[in-house]
Write a protein that binds this ligand. Structure first.
Ligand code: PEP
Length: 253
């Protein structure tokens, strides 16, 4: 069984509408025609529609960086996964470390978001990862396993719409990268944990992406690890000069 490599760009709270549209066009041109990889872009909410128009027909998939955990209601400032779906979004990122650690998102909140996003027919890319102190205390795998526990709410028919991104917090935006061996160890543990929660077949087919200072110079080696199925890229996704070579590092099966 081969898992199609996924290269995803998380644009966070960056870019103007004009720059987001131009970058989307550049990514679309670079990716168009490639069938051996998936490319997903996660622009800011306000740029989703512009990006959508600029990637049309290229195969680039539209993603959102977050959503709320209810279908609709009095939740000022929040966005329903159903609204995202209606706008053409296919994938939502949940549990990014910036949301867990800066905005205080808990596993309980993420459980609501996961359930509603899947009900809205979105794919969910769940981010997990340990802080520097958790790694130093030898708790990496415990932390990641705990964060994965919310996957027990995924129903059988929803399993093909779930992916995981392993993003060690100490490697995000810091220039520090997990070594390929560290990434492989965590990814293998993620797959084992998912096998226990959702079954062997689900685990075998699960895309597990690595994120944390992925750059053109380290992408190929990370992506060559047997359990690394793709990359979630922050800083280096903001320029086609960097993101293009990372897209090209996706192995051809
Ligand atoms: C991220 O925000 O998901 C990320 C991995 O960022 P960076 O590549 O900048 O470390």
């Amino acid at each position: 069984m081969t898992r199609t490599p996924v290269i995803a760009g998380n644009w966070k709270m960056h870019l103007t509408r004009r720059k987001a549209s131009a970058l989307a066009r550049a990514v679309a041109a670079h990716h168009a025609g490639a069938v051996h990889r998936r490319c997903i872009l996660f622009p800011a909410f306000v740029h989703l529609d512009h990006v959508r128009r600029n990637i049309r027909g290229s195969g680039v998939v539209l993603g959102a960086q977050n959503c709320w955990g209810k279908k609709e209601g009095a939740f000022t400032g929040e966005i329903s996964p159903y609204m995202l779906r209606d706008m053409g979004v296919e994938v939502v990122l949940l549990g990014h470390s910036e949301r867990r650690h800066i905005l205080g998102e808990t596993d309980a909140l993420l459980t609501d978001k996961l359930k509603v996003a899947l009900r809205a027919k979105l794919e969910v890319l769940l981010c997990v990862g340990e802080t520097r102190s958790e790694r130093e205390e030898g708790r990496t795998l415990d932390v990641v396993k705990r964060q994965l526990r919310i996957l027990r709410f995924v129903k059988d028919h929803q399993i093909p719409r779930v992916g995981v991104a392993y993003e060690p917090v100490w490697a995000i935006g810091t220039g520090l990268t997990a070594t390929p061996a560290q990434a492989q160890e965590a990814h293998a543990a993620i797959r084992e944990t998912v096998a226990r929660i959702l079954g062997d077949e689900a685990a075998e087919n699960l895309p597990v992406l690595y994120g944390g200072s992925v750059k053109p110079g380290n992408a190929a080696e990370l992506l060559s690890q047997p359990d690394v199925d793709g990359a979630l890229v922050g800083g280096a996704s903001l320029s086609i000069d960097q993101f293009g070579p990372i897209l090209d590092a996706a192995p051809i099966a």
